[in-house]
Design a protein around this ligand. Sequence first.
Ligand SMILES: Nc1ncnc2c1ncn2[C@@H]1O[C@H](COP(=O)(O)OP(=O)(O)OP(=O)(O)O)[C@@H](O)[C@H]1O
Ligand SMILES: [Mg+2]
Length: 235
Amino acid sequence: MQSPIIETKELTREYRIGRDLVVALGGVDISINQGEFVAVVGPSGCGKSTLLNLLGGLDQPTKGNVLLDGQDLAQLSEEQLASLRRQKMGFIFQRHDLFPELTACENIEFPLLLGGKPPVERKKRADDLLGQIGLAEKADHLPDELSGGQQQRVGIARALANNPQILLADEPTGNLDSATSAEIISILIQLTRNQGLTLIMVTHDPEVAEQADRKLTLRDGHLVSKERFEIEGML
Ligand SMILES: Nc1ncnc2c1ncn2[C@@H]1O[C@H](COP(=O)(O)OP(=O)(O)OP(=O)(O)O)[C@@H](O)[C@H]1O
Ligand SMILES: [Mg+2]
């Protein structure tokens, strides 16, 4: 059986608010293979963003572990974690977080700049991605000069720039109309499938979740359904 790219063990995140204990995630065990597209679904407040942030090492668990390629994120220093995120992970959020003063091309190049890639290589990769997202002619536009859907496409390209193994997307089309949203999702799925990337996406949209290989349903911080997972586990 394939070994998982990302795995959680009893993953728990609690918040103490005054005398109350909020259990955002209450001991979740999941295992995701390289190349899988997994949709994370469930009602508002059930812990979807909490799970995604923990998987990406953007937040630390109260209890339990996240293993990336068998490596426990909790064992890493801040610096090692930041470097791992840069090399292996891409993030896409609901509201794009492009740098307003950088052009589309420069935004896509940014992670490569951080990774120390030379200018020619950065430009080549950014141009290639701009072509793949159908925005070659908008390379020199600032985010303000792009539509919401175009901005989100640049966000996807930026997340893919350094060839991550895992793409974490938290309601990447939450702010867009349904036609634009469908278009963005299909670009995202196509790009990740082509490159054999693991895509973990939080979505409220049942039609999007249907396209995933597997759906993880959360309720009140607990996993209620690991569709298809049980069957895979028995093989
Ligand atoms: N910083 C925080 N402090 C206290 N409680 C928090 C904090 N962040 C999240 N929570 C609580 O944790 C629970 C899970 O939140 P989370 O953001 O993961 O939900 P979600 O499933 O992403 O919801 P939505 O669909 O609305 O984005 C909620 O009850 C929320 O109030
Ligand atoms: Mg959320």
